[in-house]
Design a protein around this ligand. Structure first.
Ligand code: HSE
Length: 420
């Protein structure tokens, strides 16, 4: 077929921010190539921004709606109306799917249209396709992911250049990685929404954003990163989703990774997801996870897939419960008065709680100002894997001791035995 006799495929674009403007630029640019492959020529039938465009008119004139406006109110309304009107929808909106995914996937099935969302998780890295297509029918045991480019950029800049948190965040915003309000990035909420979507696909069970506890990077300091370097560890914001005793644990938190871990060398705004399944051992997919043209490329890939007749996904049969407590290894940083018996008392609390110490480093940080007055010391411990409730119970007891001079800081460590 020549490109000249290609039928038009009308794409209505909702949103004209970093991703929307990149879609508006890239789609016409690639239209010939897409027409050559699919026999349909994509054209932008209308653009809705905050100040221009009419949704009803765009809907009436489109075969497919691209939703890259963000937010969960207007975006949900427009996606629901598009699906009900029998239009395919491509969205990059992770919060929308993590909060209303079941409703929207249900509507897509009822109306026999496609709802595609590769760009919602890990930018252009094709992890949704791999879970939905390549690994369909496989038993996935565990996922680990670096799924937020902004925080990965901030942490690697702080480690590599000693940049402050604030200046690294400003750079990430400038480069177009961050959300319009970067709070979702740095608190871990953006990553939690992405992990909810990945877990939903990997384990074929509904996972809502509220099922995913998350912790961000705002409280991390340059000191934590410097210690990590000394210990041969890299600090990353990690999402994990795993089966434990017939239930699920899905969470997001900062974690130290040993150098051999497949995610330890993922730098800058790159994202990566490791999928473990008995049939395949593990695969790691990585690439640019944020940025206008990268995310727009994933959107356009979905537009092309939607031009092909849809395969209907049956509704999920499973509904798995969620685990309350999981086992982790931890790094613990405690500021103490440097006097006899302090280390012994900390060791005793940890021992009584069943927490086993793997390594400990003590540094004197300040001498006493008068003879006989205790100085200040810093203890940095790494503990063996333990139930988190036990560990945090021990940290609470340690924090209540009179020799502890600042709130202890704890960060999870991902086991060096990857896949163990
Ligand atoms: N703000 C997101 C990130 C963009 O930094 O990863 C992609 O979802």
């Amino acid at each position: 077929m020549t490109t000249d006799d290609s039928a038009p495929f009308r794409v209505g674009l909702l949103g004209h921010g970093t991703v929307g403007s990149a879609v508006a630029e890239l789609l016409p640019d690639r239209a010939d190539a897409i027409a050559h492959v699919t026999g349909l020529r994509p054209e932008i039938s209308g653009v809705l921004t905050r100040s221009r465009g009419d949704f009803d008119e765009i809907l009436a004139n489109s075969d497919l709606i691209v939703e890259v406006m963000g937010g969960t109110d207007t975006a949900r309304d427009h996606v629901v109306r598009a699906l009900r009107a029998g239009k395919h929808v491509v969205t990059a909106n992770k919060q929308l799917l993590a909060e209303h995914g079941e409703e929207l996937w249900g509507l897509a099935r009822e109306n026999r249209v496609q709802l595609r969302f590769e760009a919602a998780v890990a930018g252009v890295v094709p992890v949704i396709r791999v879970l939905q297509e390549s690994l369909t029918g496989q038993h996935v045991e565990r996922l680990h992911g670096i799924v937020n480019g902004t925080t990965n950029y901030i942490l690697t800049q702080m480690a590599a250049t000693g940049a402050s948190y604030e200046s690294a965040l400003a750079d990430a915003q400038q480069l177009g990685y961050a959300e319009s309000d970067p709070t979702d990035d740095v608190t871990g909420k953006d990553a939690a929404a992405k992990m909810a979507i990945l877990a939903r696909l990997a384990f074929d069970t509904p996972v809502h954003l509220s099922d995913v506890p998350y912790e961000g990077i705002e409280h991390l300091t340059g000191e934590d990163i410097a210690y990590a370097r000394d210990l041969g560890l890299s600090l990353r914001l990690i999402g994990s989703a795993e089966r434990l005793d017939g239930k699920l644990a899905v969470r997001v938190h900062p974690a130290f990774l040993y150098a051999g871990h497949p995610l330890a060398s993922v730098d800058g705004s790159f994202n990566a997801v490791t999928i473990e399944s008995p049939a395949i051992t593990e695969i790691t997919l990585s690439g640019p996870g944020a940025g206008g043209s990268q995310t727009a490329t994933a959107v356009i890939g979905d537009v092309i897939s939607a031009m092909i007749p849809p395969a209907q996904t049956p509704p999920t049969q499973h509904r798995l419960g969620f685990v309350d407590d999981v086992v982790s290894s931890f790094y613990l940083h405690v500021e103490v008065a440097d006097r006899p018996g302090v280390l012994a008392q900390i060791a005793q609390v940890l021992g009584l709680q069943g927490v086993s110490v793997k390594s400990v480093v003590q540094k004197g940080t300040r001498k006493g100002s008068a003879p006989g007055e205790p100085g200040q010391s810093r203890l940095v411990l790494v503990v063996h894997p333990v139930l988190e409730s036990r560990f945090y119970g021990a940290v609470q007891l340690i924090a209540s001791k009179d020799f502890v001079t600042a709130t202890p800081r704890a960060i999870r460590v991902i086991d060096e035995e990857f896949g163990a």
